[in-house]
Design a binder for this molecule. Sequence first.
Ligand code: F6P
Length: 558
Amino acid sequence: MTAPVDPTGTEAWATLTELQHDFQPDLRGWFAADPQRAATYTFTAGDLFVDLSKNFLNPQIKQALIALAEQVGLTDRIEQMFSGQHINVTEDRAVLHTALRAPEDGTLEVDGQDVVGEVHEVLRRVYEFADKVRGGTWTGVTGKRIETVVNIGIGGSDLGPVMAYEALLPYKQDGLTARFISNIDPTDAYTKTHDLDPETTLFIVSSKTFGTLETLTNARLSRSWLLDGLIASGAISGDEDSRKEAVAKHFVAVSTALDKVADFGIDPANAFGFWDWVGGRYSVDSAIGTSLAVAIGPDNFADFLAGFHKIDEHFRTTPLEQNVPALMGLLNVWYNNFFGAETHAVLPYAQYLHRFPAYLQQLTMESNGKGVRYDGSPVTTSTGEVFWGEPGTNGQHAFYQLIHQGTRLIPCDFITVANPSHPLQDGDVDVHELFLANFFAQTRALAFGKTADQVRAEGTPESIVPARVFTGNRPTSSIMAPALTPAVLGQLVALYEHITFTEGTVWGIDSFDQWGVELGKQLALEVAPAVGGDADALANQDSSTQSLIDYYRSQRRR
Ligand code: F6P
């Protein structure tokens, strides 16, 4: 593995620095001067129609960004990832989420393993299981059909499945719903189970490591809820065998640690494996998506995977000049490192994508929130912008004020689809068209603003003219697709995976480890006895932690 190139030492960085120095964004002027601007900067990737024209882009900037990608070796890094080299250096692992969606006739041997064959073997088992649940041949212990599938997982073992389930609700089988327990706050397990019938509920314990405190705790809580409920209703006797049988019919697992699955009491025959070369936040397209596969069915799940693959192919084979994930990642670097942008909003104009920003938070921030490069040396520039967002139009009535008129530069991605999931009319008005009008209007307002003269021309009193001026020149990217299908969702996710990879490559970081989450986990275990009243453990805490725990213990009602 060659050492990362310091991006700030490249010729391209120097060029970008110079370009930024004299830079005067003028989206109004650029569009007025060049009727071809939209066409020049609009690209397609799979079914995605991506308009980058309202960004701080001109031919020199685009060229310099591409030069930066070349000088940090992006093309080689892409090839290293796709071919299974151990680019996750700190964990000494290949990074092969792209193999999870490779077509069945593909081959890829990594560390002596035929990865594609194994992927399709697990998929075949997941699909078989999904069909059984959907068709009612997999029943609960009393022979009743499964009506609710509860995924228990956290982070990548939750955010992907829940985001995709919500996004693809119209594809869900009638009479079957999914729920997701993730938080160790007991409220989560309680609210997700208290109104369910144990006889018709199936739990999928999803954990790559099968060692995550939250997931194992919630799995135990759910197992108790199931067995207590079945015993209380007389559905099972409660003896050892009946308990075992109930767990076997109501619990399956997804993990890379099948030995730990067995220790928990789940029959390994009811477990779906995956591999250490799949990062948690890149795993929705592995067996971690089993709850989704059950809800939407194998055919739709296969379409979802095919969508990912389309963008993988685009990313791997399209020249950088038209390579959408690469260009979007490079633009993010441009805003981050040359304009000091610290956050990036992702604004889906599709209600079913309401969990997409939350999903992206893990994908982008757990991947690129790093202060050292993959060789252990410090990063040479700022990394890892904060991704956030809410669906439009709700966000418009909440935080868009700051994006339009605040002092911070917040690049935004606007995402929508041409065909609504539920077309509705309000009298003569097609409500989806009204919704889209907002989508189009927002990026226009952000780009072109409203001048003081325009405000005055509306008869605004002089004293409030400044408050009503919109400066414009606020960069946005617009992403459109024909409809929110499983394939399009797969394309959107893969797009952001590769944007994240592009940024990580420029910064020279390992986007596939997550050591930053470990200390908090370790300390939680250390603090737990103090919370429970262990005086010695309490004495070992700092004074702030002691006082907070004292407050908790003085307030708790038991
Ligand atoms: O704590 C972070 C993390 O390791 C994520 O990267 C991962 O997605 C999540 O925890 C859950 O891990 P697991 O699937 O092993 O339970």
